[in-house]
Structure formats: structure tokens, C-alpha cells
Design a binder for this molecule. Structure first.
Ligand SMILES: *[C@@H]1O[C@H](CO)[C@@H](O)[C@H](O)[C@H]1NC(C)=O
Ligand SMILES: *[C@@H]1O[C@H](CO)[C@@H](O)[C@H](O)[C@H]1NC(C)=O
Ligand SMILES: *[C@@H]1O[C@H](CO)[C@@H](O)[C@H](O)[C@H]1NC(C)=O
Length: 312
């Protein structure tokens, strides 16, 4: 073999070490199913290091996190999953689902993933939107499993001073869904959270995902599951903030909002109320409600790594 070919071969062999770590380590990936009571949870992991679990919002689907998970793989073992009932996380065809305990069950599912992926070591969890409410329930029920818990823009309507109007609005969203269907209800939903919001069902995405059923086999089922099982259950959950802050819990909290999210939005103000109650600050991560996806993803990931590094 000529010297130049040898050089080319050794360069090829060395090349991976010249890749930015985020790219090189993004290949470390597992996918699997975790069997939990009455369901089977689909999950993926990226990278190595301490566990960082993301909990999805309204679409319930892991896919929206995949690009940012690969980006963070240099610093963490990032786990993403489809919440129970969404996309590839199947409900048992035979067992009972106790929907009076829907939020508790969602939180227990996340706890089982933590036990499976980070046994005995407290992990960092970030939940967004509906998933931020799951994260808060996780903190309430299983604080010992958590190192840091980040509710990113939780719509915790019942802790806000204008709860009556917000709850009425949320009930109206559900009524519109029943009477007129999903696009009309989503428009109502978005303007409830940000009065300046606009929504063109033909072209716009909601929380970063398209609602066109031709674009994903899961969209239709996910949206109906969300409307039937979460729209009235999750944002209307009554929180005991004393319990949420007690027993070392508030020390684990990082209250995060998007840097360009309207501070008037209920999902932003919920964190402001908790910050005041617990003597914490609201931490801003680059971008809007879905800053972790799309153009702002790199800045969002940088901000998150910075915030978490400050807590070591
Ligand atoms: C994250 O990973 C990158 C690449 O390995 C490294 O340069 C950086 O220091 C890490 N940041 C933290 C806060 O660990
Ligand atoms: C569902 O949970 C509620 C609240 O804990 C409980 O009262 C009820 O018995 C449960 N139902 C079933 C079928 O397990
Ligand atoms: C909140 O931010 C202020 C101003 O930056 C700072 O002085 C204070 O220590 C922060 N509080 C907490 C709990 O981090």
C-alpha cells in the first residue's frame, strides 16, 4: 500500500475524532419498548452521560425532540419517548385504563423510564406544555428520582388569578372540538393562551407538528386522544403548591419559559406564580413555546446546558 493511500486510510480512521462530539456521539442510540401497567412505552436514547429525559406536550410524540436530543448527546444520555396512548406507545388491548388517574399514570410512566434508564441515580427531566404538567406531577410523586425538574411553559391554569375565565375558555375549546372539529378548536385553544395568536389550519403547525393526517399515521389518533383525555384533565388539574415545593422539591425546580413567549400567556404566567411562591427566578431558554425545535434549537440547547451546568 502506497504511503498516500495509507495516509488516506489513517485519516479516515481518525476522522471521527475530529467531528464535533455532538455529531460523533449522536450515533450512540438505543430504541426500545418498556412494558408498564396497561401500556407499552416506545423510547429512544442518544449519547452518554447523566440521564436527561424530555416529556412531550400535546402531540405526545417523541419525534419533535430527536434533533435536539442528538445535539445534546455530547453532554447527556438524552431519552425521548411517546407518552402513553400516543404514536408508538400502545395501550394494552385488554387491560383497564383508569382515566381518573390519567396524570398520575403519565407521571408514573416517566418514573418507570427513569428507573429503567438511570437506576438508582436521580435524573434531570424537562417536560414541556402538557408534558410540563406531567413533570410537575412526577416531582410531586417521586422527588427522589429527580436531580433537576424543569417545567417548560406549564399551562397550570388553576394556580392563576384569572382561573375562572381560563377554565371557561378551556371548556369552550373542548365544546368547539366536539361541535366543529379539531382545526376550529385549535384556533380557539391558541388564542386562549396568546390572544395575538393566529392559526391557519391549512398551513400552520401546532406546537411544531402538522395536523394534516396525510403527514403522519399518528396525527389523527394523537389529536383525538389529546382532546378527549387531556384538554380538560391536565390544565384543569388542581395543584397543591405547598406540597409541590415541600420536602426538598422546590430546590430541584428550574422554571423555564421561552425567551420570545408572550409573558401574558397562561403557560408563562404559571411559572411566574411558582417562582414567586418558591422564591425562584424564571429561566429563559431561547425561542418560543417550541423553542427546542426548528431555528432556535441550537440556542435553546446551549441555554439549557448552561443552566444545568450551573447546578452541578
Ligand atoms: C458539553 O459537551 C461539549 C462537547 O463535549 C463540551 O465542550 C462542553 O464543555 C460540555 N458542557 C458541559 C456543561 O458539560
Ligand atoms: C381508579 O382510580 C380511582 C381514584 O384512585 C379509584 O377510586 C378507582 O377505584 C379506580 N378504578 C379502577 C377501576 O381501578
Ligand atoms: C434571581 O435573580 C436575581 C437577579 O439576577 C438574583 O439576584 C437572585 O439571586 C436570583 N435568585 C435565585 C433564587 O436564583
Amino acid at each position: 500500500m502506497s504511503f498516500s493511500r495509507l495516509l488516506a486510510f489513517s485519516l479516515l480512521a481518525i476522522t471521527p475524532f475530529h467531528f464535533p462530539p455532538a455529531l460523533a456521539q449522536s450515533s450512540v442510540q438505543t430504541t426500545g419498548y418498556l412494558t408498564v401497567p396497561s401500556a407499552s412505552l416506545y423510547y429512544e436514547t442518544y449519547g452518554t452521560g447523566p440521564l436527561l429525559l424530555f416529556i412531550s406536550g400535546a402531540n405526545g410524540d417523541a419525534d419533535i425532540w430527536r434533533p435536539v436530543a442528538k445535539l445534546l448527546a455530547a453532554n447527556y444520555t438524552v431519552a425521548i419517548y411517546d407518552r402513553r396512548g400516543f404514536s408508538r406507545s400502545y395501550l394494552s388491548p385488554t387491560a383497564v385504563q383508569n382515566y381518573t388517574l390519567r396524570l398520575e399514570t403519565d407521571a408514573t410512566d416517566a418514573k418507570q423510564l427513569l428507573d429503567h434508564l438511570s437506576p438508582g441515580t436521580p435524573a434531570t427531566v424537562l417536560g414541556t406544555s402538557s408534558g410540563a404538567l406531567v413533570a410537575m406531577q412526577l416531582l410531586l410523586m417521586y422527588p427522589a428520582a429527580l436531580k433537576t425538574l424543569i417545567p417548560h411553559e406549564p399551562p397550570a391554569l388553576t394556580i392563576l388569578p384569572d382561573v375562572a375565565a381560563l377554565v371557561a375558555g378551556q371548556r369552550d375549546v373542548y365544546a368547539v372540538y366536539r361541535a366543529l372539529g379539531i382545526p376550529a378548536a385549535l384556533l380557539k385553544f391558541l388564542t386562549l393562551y396568546d390572544p395575538s395568536a393566529s392559526f391557519n389550519p391549512g398551513t400552520d403547525s401546532v406546537s411544531g407538528f402538522s395536523i394534516d393526517a396525510r403527514e403522519s399515521p399518528f396525527v389523527s389518533g394523537n389529536l383525538q386522544y389529546w382532546f378527549e383525555r387531556e384538554v380538560l384533565q391536565y390544565p384543569l388539574k388542581e395543584w397543591d403548591l405547598d406540597a409541590l415545593g415541600a420536602g426538598g422539591r422546590k430546590e430541584k425546580l428550574v422554571l423555564a419559559c421561552g425567551s420570545t413567549t408572550s409573558a401574558e400567556g397562561a403557560q408563562y404566567r404559571s411559572n411566574v406564580v411558582m417562582a414567586e411562591r418558591f422564591g425562584l427566578n424564571v429561566t429563559l431558554l431561547e425561542g418560543s413555546h417550541v423553542g427546542y425545535a426548528g431555528d432556535t434549537m441550537v440556542g435553546w440547547a446551549r441555554d439549557l446546558v448552561g443552566v444545568l451546568a450551573g447546578r452541578r
